[in-house]
Design a protein around this ligand. Structure first.
Ligand code: MSP
Length: 508
């Protein structure tokens, strides 16, 4: 048992959430649930990034104040977390007064360390990134990430001496090759550090919508500095005992590659400057793409996950996210591939397996899971394979390979389906081979019970429904990782017949 603190980025409220936000939140939820299964003390944080140019602009366009805009938008982001069935322990808003006060104290600490100085800045600014670019970093004069033209900005700002942390950061990376995962993202961040770090502007003179610089209220703190600090500020005021001591440093910050530099370079430097421990790992997943491009609100090519969740519930969406796109890599998503996967893997592979098994136990054994009379429950042709799957799933999940773990789980689903065909219980029943029939039906029930434990992080509702159909309880203890062993299915459990778990989607 250990502690586990996982975060998602806090999302900009300039526009409505899309599938990309739901994706990171779901990924963090899968690992949070898995660590709770292991018995770890878990804290899972998500929230919204509400200050800055981009949010101010969005409000301006709507003719309302940034605060009104943020207050209206935050509900949609909270709803994402609810709709994907995320178990976040807290939802932070950067407009929370406690966060604002903490950010001011934090930058004061950096100033006391001698890392803040006044200077002038001029450069090209992409308001979608909330970051400056140099000419050579642009693609055809446009922001490489958002495809929009940056604007020229010139200001007197406060600067953070990022350059002073170059050596420390490089040493930190070399000593901790798992600081950023996967490895190619680590290499990217390290090579960026090795190219040399410039000092960064950490305040804005022209912007009003932000947290005032404590020693100069004519300026506001740069939105990225304000935002990064959320991971630490939340622990100071979220409900719960002693959260800072229990959960800092964070175990994993999860995000896509768009914001790796902020988290891999600026964030650790700020923490070093203010005298805090550094997070243990960043996990960088890929982009979900639609029509070959990264989805983004700025580009206007976004997929809305809500209709799919509305229609099929959160679990098929959660499953699809990690099954369709190899977690850690970019991948295409869309309604058609969602429906294809739903039908072939959820309706056919898993749903049918449960329906068939429960219905055969109903038909041949009056609905009671039999005791295999001729052998101990753990002596099953499936046992060794299942135990190997459990071990692999655990290793993959510990290493954030959410797709690898799901692949292994699906091996077990397919093994159980093959077992039904190999054993052909209907033939055993006809031939009066009671011992073999009992053993087969027990194995199917046990395989499904084990799957309910393994699937819990991915499809919590489905996993509870599977257990109900097997006549088992679905309280938290039922999903403990210690339940992921072969042979724990109680004989005599009374199965429940019912509708298919995943009714097929008929094509229009
Ligand atoms: N507000 C900043 C983050 C501050 S964290 C201290 C921000 N917000 S954002 O709304 O733009 O969210 C970016 C994050 O949303 C990505 O890093 C990723 O987690 C998620 N995604 C947004 N679009 C995505 C895809 N198309 N695909 C995968 N993840 C996506 O940046």
């Amino acid at each position: 048992m250990g502690t586990f603190y996982v975060t998602t980025p806090i999302y900009y409220v300039n526009d409505a959430p899309h599938i990309g936000h739901a994706y990171t939140t779901t990924a963090a939820d899968v690992v949070a649930r898995f660590h709770r299964q292991l018995g770890d003390d878990v804290f899972f944080l998500t929230g919204t990034d509400e200050h800055g140019n981009k949010v101010e602009q969005a409000a301006l366009e709507r003719g309302i104040t940034p605060r009104e805009h943020a207050d209206q938008m935050v509900g949609k982001f909270k709803e994402v977390a609810r709709k994907v069935d995320a178990t976040n322990d807290f939802f932070i808003r950067t407009t929370d007064p406690e966060h604002e006060a903490f950010v001011q104290r934090f930058v004061e600490r950096c100033r006391e360390s001698g890392d803040i100085f006044q200077g002038a800045y001029s450069g090209l600014y992409c308001s979608a990134c909330e970051a400056y670019y140099t000419e050579e970093n642009l693609v055809d004069g446009l922001c490489p990430d958002h495809g929009i033209k940056p604007t020229f900005m010139e200001e007197k700002n406060y600067f953070f001496r990022l350059s002073a942390y170059q050596e420390k950061l490089a040493a930190l990376y070399r000593a901790n090759p798992d600081f950023v995962r996967p490895r190619h993202r680590y290499n990217e961040a390290l090579s960026f550090i090795e190219q040399g770090l410039d000092d960064i502007s950490i305040s804005r003179a022209t912007l009003k919508w932000g947290i005032p610089v404590p020693w100069d209220e004519s300026q506001v703190i740069y939105v990225w500095v304000d935002a990064l600090i959320n991971y630490l500020s939340a622990l100071h005021y979220a409900p719960g005992d002693d959260l800072v001591r229990r959960f800092w440093p964070a175990t994993y910050h999860m995000m896509a590659q768009d914001i790796l530099k902020f988290h891999g370079i600026i964030w650790p430097a700020l923490l070093l400057s203010a005298g805090y421990d550094l997070p243990e790992h960043l996990f960088i997943h890929g982009y979900l793409k639609l029509g070959g491009e990264k989805m983004s609100k700025t580009r206007g090519n976004v997929m809305d996950p809500f209709p799919l969740i509305e229609e099929y519930g959160p679990d098929p969406f959660r499953f699809y996210c990690f099954r369709e796109v190899n977690f850690g890599q970019d991948g295409m998503v869309g309604d058609d591939s969602f429906k294809a996967r739903y039908n072939s893997e959820l309706a056919n592979d898993l749903g049918n397996l449960l329906s068939r098994s429960v219905s055969m136990i109903g038909k041949y054994r009056a609905g009671l899971v039999p005791i295999p009379a001729d052998r101990a429950p753990d002596v099953s042709p499936l046992a060794a394979g299942a135990v190997a799957v459990v071990a692999t799933v655990r290793t993959h999940l510990e290493e954030m390979d959410l797709s690898g773990a799901l692949d292994s789980i699906w091996e077990l689903v397919r093994r159980l389906n093959r077992y039904v065909e190999e054993q052909a219980p209907w033939k055993l029943a006809k031939a009066g081979e009671d011992g073999a029939l009992d053993a087969t039906l027990y194995d199917l029930a046990e395989g499904l019970r084990l799957l309910s434990v393994l699937l819990h992080p991915y499809m919590p509702g489905t996993s509870a429904r599977m257990r109900e159909r097997l006549g088992l309880g679905a309280d938290e203890a039922a999903f403990a990782w210690s339940e992921a062993q072969w042979g724990l299915m109680p004989a005599g459990s009374s199965v429940v017949q019912g509708d298919p778990l995943f009714p097929r989607i008929e094509s229009e």
